[in-house]
Design a protein around this ligand. Structure first.
Ligand SMILES: Nc1ncnc2c1ncn2[C@@H]1O[C@H](COP(=O)(O)OS(=O)(=O)O)[C@@H](OP(=O)(O)O)[C@H]1O
Length: 413
């Protein structure tokens, strides 16, 4: 009798387990049905693992796809791993349909900096058979012509939609790095783009920019630069350290003063030396902006050095503050998406640098023949006093950069 009762108990328990399992299956089927994206085939893949209400959904593995070896589609014939490798190398990362056609945008961009050998690198990369030709080195899309749209941008590159002969697309606009808008725009447009950032000893870069500016103004029939290198540099350092860096402080004080006025806490006659951080958008066209800004009558809005103009005569010091600029870009892209190229290496071993760039971009090695420097502007040597002043000025900024990159760039100490 006892045995019979025990058997009956087991039977009821098993029945209960089965009922729970059925309920769980019904629950899972409801979930699948209610998900319109789910393939109904998934229903057959649901099994209960472990039984009872704690059961888990297990997906059975699907048979591996087989490729039709006789097919005429070359891509399909490749093994998956090869295809992934191949796609990394040859497929442009951003191709999109625009008005009945497909356009392709850059895989790589040299984003700066000005006077660091960008023309040289661009010139030789254009000789590589796997790099698409562009209409010009500097397209200025992300800083100046973003509103023209991606089709406008893509029209600057040789079309590459040919599976037998995929080429990489690239351009070099050295003003991208110091423009406050470019990183965000590039991220939303080309988030996988590879970036090359060429950096030069900031002291040499500043001097190179000075002589380039004189030539540039001549060429554009603008007013000549009537300031010595020393005058430009000392003036700009003053602007940065008072007007730009001080901006936030002035801004806070100004707000406080306004608040006090509203609350009736100040004597209207009382003198105050807080400067209104009034932002005057500048036209880029003349040096007056610096002079005005240095008196702190007009200041940049955020205290951010990145608001340095792209104009060639501006930012001889500011464009050399690499850490600050790169730090801003790292809000959008990880560091391994950048290849940092030392100008000084390019100077000594151009072929080594080109190989490094090819490797970074996944390009096969190419023989470029003899290397000839590009965009050289003859200039005088720097006055030793100025050299010391600039070396001292840039030292803490360089150190921050070395730390960020975990790399000693070996510039003047
Ligand atoms: N191969 C090689 N070796 C050494 N130096 C070289 C080389 N190619 C270019 N250059 C020097 O790079 C400076 C021009 O840089 P960019 O082309 O980036 O200038 S620009 O921003 O596009 O105007 C410019 O520097 P400066 O002459 O000091 O002004 C060029 O002389």
């Amino acid at each position: 009798m006892e045995n019979l009762l025990s058997l009956q108990k087991d039977f009821y328990e098993q029945q209960e387990t089965i009922r729970t399992q059925v309920k769980e299956i019904e629950r899972l089927m409801e979930i699948v049905k209610s998900n319109s994206d789910t393939n109904v085939e998934l229903l057959t893949e649901l099994t209960l693992n472990g039984g009872g209400a704690g059961g888990k959904v297990v997906k059975t593995s699907k048979p591996k796809p087989t490729y039709n070896k006789e097919g005429d589609n070359k891509i399909q014939q490749l093994e998956l791993a090869n295809r992934v490798e191949q796609s990394k190398k040859v497929l442009p990362n951003t191709c999109l349909p625009v008005a009945n056609k497909t356009i392709c945008l850059p895989n790589f961009i040299c984003i700066g900096t000005m006077k660091s050998g960008t023309t040289f690198l661009d010139y030789y990369l254009q000789k590589h058979p796997q790099v698409a030709k562009h209409t010009k080195k500097e397209i200025w899309f992300f800083n100046s012509f973003y509103s023209y749209g991606v089709e406008w941008y893509a029209n600057h590159f040789e079309p590459v939609l040919n599976f037998d002969n995929q080429k990489l697309i690239g351009e070099s606009t050295p003003f991208y790095i110091n423009n406050p808008n470019t990183a965000a725009r590039m991220f939303v447009t080309l988030k996988n783009v590879k970036m090359i950032l060429m950096l030069r000893d900031p002291v040499d870069r500043a001097l190179s920019q000075y002589y380039f500016s004189i030539k540039w103004l001549e060429r554009n029939k603008s007013q000549p630069l009537n300031y010595t290198f020393e005058e430009m540099i000392t003036q700009e350092i003053e602007v940065i350290d008072t007007c730009v860096r001080g901006n936030q402080k002035y801004h806070e004080q100004f707000q406080q003063r306004k608040l006090d006025e509203l609350n009736g806490d100040v004597d209207e006659e009382e003198e105050w030396d807080v400067i209104n951080p009034f932002y005057q958008p500048h036209t880029d066209k003349n040096w007056t902006f610096y002079k005005e800004c240095s008196r702190c009558e007009k200041c940049w809005p955020t205290g951010n050095i990145l608001h340095t103009s792209g104009h060639p005569t501006f930012g001889m010091v500011a464009k050399s503050l690499y850490w600050e600029q790169l730090d801003h870009w790292l809000n959008f892209f990880p560091l391994d998406q950048f290849l940092i190229v030392r100008y000084e290496d390019l100077h000594v071993k151009p072929e080594k640098v080109l190989r490094e760039v090819e490797e970074f971009l996944g390009l096969p090695a190419h023989n470029y023949g003899d290397f000839i420097p590009k965009n050289a502007v003859p200039h005088e040597k720097m006055d030793p006093k100025m050299e010391k002043l600039l070396t001292d000025y840039f030292r803490p900024h360089n150190e921050k950069l070395y730390k960020l990159l975990n790399r000693d760039m070996g510039w003047r100490r």
